[in-house]
Design a binder for this molecule. Sequence first.
Ligand code: ZN
Ligand code: ZN
Length: 583
Amino acid sequence: MNNSFLMVPAVLAIAAAPMIQAAPSTTVKAAFSRFKTAFIEAYWKQNPESAVAAGYYKYADRLPIPDDAERRRSLAFAGTWLQKLKAFDESALDVQDRIDLRLIRNQLESERWETRVFRAYQWDPSSHNVARTFGLLLGTEYAPLEARLRTVAKRLPRVAPYYAAAKAAIKSPTREHTQLAILQNKGALGVFGEGFLKQVEGSKLSDAEKVQLRTEAAKAKAAIQGYITHLEGLDKALQAKGGRSFRIGKELFEQSFAYSIQADCTAEELYRRALTEKEKLHARMADLAVQLWPKYFGTEPMPAGRLELIGRMVDRLSQKHVPAEGFVAEVKRQIPLLESWVREHDLLELDPTKPLVVRETPEYMRGVAGASISAPGPYDPKANTYYNVTPLEGTAAQKESYLREYNDYTLQVLNIHEAVPGHYVQLLHANKSPSLVKALFGNGAMVEGWAVYSERMMLESGYGGNTPEMWLMYSKWNLRVVCNAILDYSVHVLGMGEAKAMELLLREAFQQDSEAREKWHRAQVTSVQLSSYFAGYAAIYDLREQLKAKQGDRFDLKRFHEEFLGYGSAPVKFIQELMLPKR
Ligand code: ZN
Ligand code: ZN
């Protein structure tokens, strides 16, 4: 990677600084707009892999090597642009630009912290992997195949030095991340397997180019294999004498939480809140189960324990589900019903010109069962938004277990979360005032928090018939979000072990064994991410309740939703400052 970005002209900042003080706001707006454009271009040049992931391919032929020189360049980049950002007076910017400025600053400060303090490159071997970008270049038709293969050809000779730098960077790996890295890098070998060779063969490249691609790909595979072998050696050593703990500890957890969630509270405060919330949910669920018991179990005596009682009732209601072959059709059927409900109950504006396309998940995206939204990236705004639903596969028992998880009650909540008025509707609103900065550096806790908030809001409006069955099953669903936050903090800060974690998930959150195991693994190899759903949800719910209390009869739910979503994917804390100033 060359260094020229360091010489990106500082014209903007220098020219802008004196102008800004007295200038009319249109001039400030224009100056900040130029700043954003220059920043994003420089950011992509510095981070070509992230650029490809965002759908920007201009620098795709570069593969940065994870060595000290690259980390110095990254720190210098953050320092330079943080300095340039200081030329802008926040209070002189309009609301949308002020949020953009803070998002850019947080992004740069957070990357600097990751390099200087968090240092995952030293202890998480899975942070080194070339597969993702190569996979995107080969699998996305952003340009003719031949052009993409030539881009790949330029990157391939960098794979060997990449893994040499990765080996040198690893100082104190955790065993969990070492094992994850072995698994994922084995997957990386597949990127240069049969499918790749067929692509090369079928292309219109010259014979010489084809030979070169095959040779370089073989060398790249050897480098990946060398990394795997190195990690397997490390794993043996770690098994024998132990190593760094996967638990990141209180200090790093709080810092990471501050950068990625950007909440109004500390991680510890959120954890305590989640514990209280779990208690409230259990109490409510027990009441509902008592109420429902005679209808489903007649005169059979109720279990004495609260958790056993709830568990029996949840199991019973989970048996109501669609047949496996009707799963995708049922999702399709529900979307228009959700849309009419939202319209008729005056909850939000919908945009009929940008319909959601429900489809079966394309083969290349499958692997994990379930449903997801594929939204067009900021560089491809006219593309469709898809709701991918995977038809059920596997044995009869696997299908049955999945259908019980997404039963008649929770399948509706899933559709609310993913589609209407969850992720899909939030995205439509964010796109009304398009901001590349918010699309690229938006706040994940706000995005997930909105989807989780929308579930409860729909039920509060009477969706699902306000029945005790629906509320009980919704509560079980919501308990997952609450327990994710409890698990995350308990594992990384309080030293929770596997047995206690499984007890929390199985006994207190009523999860299936496979789901709980997967969650325990995720809690070990990620940190803070599992807290984001509850953090965003709790903050949005609080903001609404405070506004209700303040505005009394004047509070209007639809107006609240429209204004809230109008700020784009900003941290709830920023939106709160705008909608509910402290004084
Ligand atoms: Zn069944
Ligand atoms: Zn979500």
